[in-house]
Ligand binder design. Structure first.
Ligand code: G6P
Ligand code: 1S3
Length: 605
């Protein structure tokens, strides 16, 4: 008899995630950036599976309209016959893989209640009074389970199926796939544990207490029992259980009751420029755009030398202490003090980029920017007028000696320039937040308390931008990637960060960065590289140092950076950019290959 998992069979990989065609956070980046490397290996045998949200999918999805007799096409048809809304087509990202998406709305309330009943009966997963998002993930998980079951029933004789589930949000059906002995090899990857997220944020000394937490009691305390139980069962029931870093592997043991079999580090799809200096040129180009913002924002109150100004930034979701915003602000206050004591003439502008509720961009900030644009326009007109008249004068007899250029400017333009500049100048301090927030938050409170309020004498200025950066944003006119390129240093000393893409996004653009040994990325770089610091990756020790010590270390790192000569900064950018290739998925996909091979091996009879 033919073995179900014979080595000669074709293999099919399903990658299942809530963030397929649905950008929420970092998992979208993992999957989307990995697609080209996956398709290179799996070709047509790679299929992504996600939930269907029409508005989000609109720009990323193209349906297959021709009859499709592949195993996936047939199974989609069967699901539709059962009355489910299923979209099937191509995900329009580099690599263009096939994608199957399940329409949550095609599931009735009765069906959901039945699923909940079975989750309780079979696995004691309590789903009473859960929030709507959890209900949606339960529906998604169930549709995935049914799809995989049908696919395996019809085709597992001829193909080996591997299903790779990311996070609990995709995985409520995984325990039943195991229970029903469906012929599929499963991998489950957690990108953070639910309990880790909550406890790190709320429990002082989280890491020291880690071995002693009672997962169930804490899950009940924080009202996340459903999520934590699904996560735990998915980890325990998968053939291969993985996470993204050694840092997170430590908490998996405690919260999920199983040691991770493998750690799968995150990469990016890296395209390096053929000419090495190209990324340096881009730095100058986008720095100029940031200069324009800074002039508009600060120079109406006072000015400073842009040639002696450095741009630092941090960015991420608003988890104030998990992302290390508290430590960053504390270190900046100390840096400000040190720079003033040393009577330095450098200026640091720090951008704190995150997302918080706001009503509008601060009208004063917009108005100042508009007036600066008007000044620029006036200057260009004057330049044009002087140029034309000088040319005429030069071509005539007067050309022998250089005439007084002031005479070439009309009274109209002189007046207009003077008036615009006068109406622009103000005595108030430049605001440290660019938007009108719905309410004060930890960031604004800390900034005020640290007195980092953009006084003229401060060497460190703060721009808190409570919205993610997009090219449509009128303040910068840059997309996030361009903004990163224009800055000098990314600052991400996270306290809780399973991986952390933000420092890696700096590295691949040749921008030095600060990370921490409690972030998966920082931990990984310390394992694979000895000279990471001289290459422009600074790792703050948050494992054994307390807040005060870590703030001091960060302030020292920043102070040293500020003192660097420009030629050293340029050389350091070259060194950091040369690391990028290590993180290309073409190198890191092999970790995923190992996980899939192992799952198939474990599944085989
Ligand atoms: C790049 C450019 C140089 C420029 C430098 C500015 O390396 O190729 O022409 O002088 O950036 O560096 P800075 O660190 O001062 O922004
Ligand atoms: C998670 O997203 P987050 O920002 O909520 O997954 C990311 C991808 O693995 C990871 O980079 C990040 O640290 C986690 O926290």
């Amino acid at each position: 008899m033919e073995s179900i998992f014979s080595t000669s069979k074709r293999k099919l990989l399903l990658e299942v995630a809530w963030e397929v065609c649905n950008q929420v956070g970092g998992i979208y980046t993992v999957i989307r950036s990995k697609v080209p490397a996956m398709v290179e290996k799996w070709d047509d045998n790679y299929v992504a599976i996600g939930p269907y949200f029409p508005q989000r999918a609109a720009s990323e999805f193209e349906p297959i309209t021709e009859p499709d007799e592949t195993e996936i096409g047939q199974t989609v048809r069967k699901m539709r016959q059962l009355g489910y809304g299923v979209e099937y087509g191509y995900w329009l990202v580099t690599g263009r893989p096939r994608v199957v998406m399940f329409d949550i709305a095609s599931f009735s309330a009765d069906q959901l209640n039945q699923v909940k009943g079975l989750l309780w009966q079979n696995h004691q997963i309590s789903t009473l009074n859960v929030e709507d998002l959890v209900n949606q993930t339960l529906i998604f998980g169930e549709m995935v389970r049914q799809f995989v079951t049908l696919l395996a029933e019809d085709h597992a004789k001829r193909i080996d199926i591997v299903a790779h589930f990311h996070e609990w949000m995709a995985s409520s059906g995984l325990p039943d796939l195991r229970r029903d002995n469906v012929k599929v090899a499963t991998v489950f990857t957690t990108h953070a544990t639910m309990l880790g997220r909550y406890l790190a944020q709320n429990e002082p000394g989280f890491y020291g207490k880690l071995p002693f937490f009672d997962w169930k009691r804490e899950a009940q305390h924080y009202g996340i029992e459903t999520q934590a139980t699904i996560e735990r069962l998915a980890a325990m029931q998968s053939h291969v259980f993985t996470t993204v870093s050694d840092v997170t592997a430590r908490e998996c043991e405690v919260f999920l009751g199983r040691n991770a079999d493998l750690v799968l580090p995150n990469g990016l799809n890296i395209t390096r420029f053929a000419a090495v200096h190209e990324f340096q040129n881009l730095h100058v180009r986008y720095k100029q755009k940031i200069h324009e913002f800074v002039m508009g924002h600060f120079f109406q109150s006072y000015s400073f030398d842009l040639e002696k100004t450095l741009y630092f930034f941090t960015s991420g979701r608003f988890e104030f202490s998990n992302k290390g915003y508290d430590l960053t602000l504390e270190a900046l206050a100390r840096l400000n003090y040190r720079m003033r004591e040393a009577k330095m003439d450098m200026t640091v502008v720090m951008f704190m980029v995150t997302k918080q509720p706001y009503t509008s961009i601060n009208p004063d900030v917009l108005h100042s920017r508009a007036l600066l644009d008007e000044i620029q326009e006036t200057c260009e007109n004057i330049e044009k007028q002087v140029g034309e008249r000088l040319f005429q004068a030069a071509a005539s007899d007067q050309g022998i000696t250089l005439p007084d250029l002031n005479n070439f400017v009309d009274e109209y333009w002189r007046l207009r320039l003077r008036r615009t500049v006068q109406s622009w100048k103000t005595k108030r301090l430049p605001p440290f937040v660019t938007h009108n927030l719905v309410e004060e938050d930890d960031m604004t409170r800390f900034i005020r308390q640290a007195n980092l309020v953009n006084n003229e004498f401060d060497r460190v200025k703060i721009v808190y931008h409570p919205d993610f950066i997009a090219s449509t944003n009128p303040l910068f006119g840059l997309d996030y990637s361009q903004f990163v390129r224009g800055c000098h240093l990314g600052v991400f000393p996270s306290y809780y960060e399973p991986w952390g893409y933000t420092p890696l996004e700096c590295v691949v653009r040749g921008i030095p960065t600060v990370t921490s040994d409690q972030s998966g990325f920082g931990d990984f770089i310390m394992q694979i590289m000895r000279d990471y610091e001289s290459r422009g990756i600074y790792v703050i020790n948050r494992r054994t140092q307390n807040f005060n010590e870590a703030a001091d270390q960060l302030a020292s790192v920043l102070f040293r950076f500020v003192k660097m000569a420009q030629r050293d900064r340029i050389a350091q950018r070259n060194r950091v950019e040369s690391i990028a290739e290590v993180f290309d998925w073409s190198n890191l996909r092999s970790y995923y290959d190992t996980a899939h091979d192992l799952a198939l091996k474990r599944k085989k009879p």
